[in-house]
Design a protein around this ligand. Sequence first.
Ligand code: ADP
Length: 421
Amino acid sequence: MFENAKFVIDSRQAFEGCIFVALKGERTDGHYYVREALERGAALAVVERIVDVPKEKLYFVEDTRLFLQKLAAQKIVRYDPKIVGITGSNGKTTVKEMIHRCLGEEIAFRNPGNLNTEIGLPLSILNDYRGQPYMILEMAMNKPGDITTLCRIAQPHVSILLNVGTAHRGVAGGDEQILKGKLEIVENMRENGIAILHNDPRILQRVRRRDFVTFGFQSGDYRLTSYVYEGPSTRAWYETPKGVHQLRFSTILNVGQLVNVAAVLAVFSVLNLQVDLTKLESFVPVSGRFRVLLIDEVYVVDDTYNASLESFKVAVETLKKLGERTYAVVGSIKEQGIYSQETHRQLGKILEQLDGVFVYNADHEIDSMECSKILLKSDEPEVIVTKLKSMLRMKDAVLFKASRAVGMEKVLNLFLGGKAE
Ligand code: ADP
């Protein structure tokens, strides 16, 4: 009965004919909003308990979250696509977008980056999957167990485990928990599937299955051997079991992203897909995820969407290769919990390699960071941008980076000539 239905979990987004699913969240309970959803035109509300609306508008289930997940799993069984699951601390969205771009929308479905959780993934499958033969799915982990749940919905034939770093370590409960949680994508994939693993001993010594291939920087079955930046573009060399590739990317990709391309080449190879790699070469990162602009001969790096120690490291490494002088406007790395001070201490060390650092402390978590290169600390974008502009000259490179919650895009937008808000 739900075959072509569109599902909504936020009553404010309800529309004529949709199905409203009442979920209990941490802050509120969707059951309070059933009436509003119906008033906005929802045809039916899926609920766990009685709500004061006409009974015929209610569809009772024991667990609304499970209902969504099972329905999405049934849809997958119906179409039986080849599923590629991607997890890791950094680079999931970019890898997913790269694979999808090469395969094309006609044959490949992918979930949007913010729909990569136990609720988001089933919603995107139910609402937007059109039966394409491939599914490229980004799977996010906040805590151990999350990836297992996602694999129950969409069990991968090919599982990609990118780097395992320190992102969200405060929420996940520590670095060991992060590793354990991410390995679930390998433990819960199909029996006859193939895993594509970052060539990291911490990962490899924990993997029990035999059928996997590895990727990495100058190591692994699929490896980035070297790379150079040429103006606004990148040339990179790869070695794979099937031969050598030289790729010319039309944009600047950092070394982390370039290593991840080796995982992308591995996917095409293990799935035996002949792919037009020029589509990969013309890939441009999604904005906010290490996207490089060349403005008046200054490299401007928009990395405002998220931050972790590992992604800071690769960003700084690349910046050093790009600019004669290097600057960064930085903000806090969030979701570090009890590790916050230690994380920001390490961040300070990474930033020592630059010529100057501007701290945007709209939130004050970063205030504990010590770094001898700090030129200015301010919570006002105007103050930072004015000072930064007065210092920049041709051939410099400047990075804008912080966790999403910091709102670093305000500073970047102002720098680029727009408004702060
Ligand atoms: P995710 O979806 O996992 O958050 P994104 O594709 O949005 O990943 O990229 C997030 C950040 O991770 C970017 O700053 C990018 O430069 C960085 N990144 C990508 N690959 C790596 C890597 N292998 N190591 C470290 N950082 C990386």
